[in-house]
Write a protein that binds this ligand. Sequence first.
Ligand SMILES: [Zn+2]
Length: 74
Amino acid sequence: MPQGTCPECKATVHVDEDADKGDIIECDECGAVLRLVGLDPIELDLESDYEDDDEDDDYDDDYDDEDDERDRYY
Ligand SMILES: [Zn+2]
């Protein structure tokens, strides 16, 4: 599984094999919201505007899918 480094806490962040540039990944260590900006090698940027960003429709679609699975899981 590909790995990146959290820019916030320097922890190793595991990235899905099928992740794409622009995907949002949460750091397991510090909970920082990171955006995948490079795949080879893996590059992660802190997504500081995440809380206020309601304009990224692509991301909202992806997030809804994950949310459904989480709801089922719980
Ligand atoms: Zn972190």
